[in-house]
Design a protein around this ligand. Sequence first.
Ligand SMILES: Nc1nc2c(ncn2[C@@H]2O[C@H](COP(=O)(O)OP(=O)(O)OP(=O)(O)O)[C@@H](O)[C@H]2O)c(=O)[nH]1
Ligand SMILES: [Mg+2]
Length: 235
Amino acid sequence: MKNYPTQNIRNVVLLGNAKSGKTTLAEAMLFEGKIILYTEFMNNKLNIIDTPGSDDFVGGVISAFKVADSGVMIINAQQGIEVGTEIFARYAEQYKMPLLIGVNQLDHEKANWDTTIDALHQTFGKKVVIIQFPVETGLNFNAFIDVLKMKMYRFKDDNGTREELDIPAEYADHAAELQQQLIEMAAENDESLMEIFFEKGVLTEDEIRSRSFDRFGKMRNYACVLPLRQKRYRH
Ligand SMILES: Nc1nc2c(ncn2[C@@H]2O[C@H](COP(=O)(O)OP(=O)(O)OP(=O)(O)O)[C@@H](O)[C@H]2O)c(=O)[nH]1
Ligand SMILES: [Mg+2]
């Protein structure tokens, strides 16, 4: 087994309402890492802690909070914010655990990205910023736009292989607007970035990352949203 220095080991807890898709995601992450129990991402070893969504097991989830550096909150795009989402978000707040939000089940016909994002903003406020958004939801869900990289990624097969493409013209304005929100959020949290932002009007991907995502376990005021696509449901 590869030896990882402590600062490159992250304990990530998966949280979310019952049946939102946590275990399915854990399986997909482990599949992509091809190693059981942990996976590797950007030179970091990720220990993934799956938790039960039912509130009968809240005690177990709380013990996971004690060992985890960060959490991924899974939201079912057909249901939006559910009771479990609110309960676990409250605990995350209490334990000051940074959360990444993953919107799941986007391949369902009733999945609604915009309603889900509106609900996230209503519940958690403006600290929720979007890093990636799906191009289409429902049966045609097979691509997303990354506003950090300003590229579109389209799945080519069932193994998660993606091709990188330019953002189609019809999505360019929306992507630029979301990128601006992401940049402003990064600058608001860091004075030196704020100065660069005022000077140049933009921040590079590395500058945004340095403040917000590189030390994933050290995110402060952020909750970022990613669309998730699970291997078993790629059409
Ligand atoms: N179509 C579709 N179904 C999904 C997706 N993710 C999960 N499912 C299905 O949703 C159901 C619940 O998924 P799980 O991964 O067991 O959900 P969970 O959050 O671990 O549930 P609990 O552990 O009970 O809280 C299963 O039938 C999955 O096959 C998805 O992205 N698309
Ligand atoms: Mg589960």
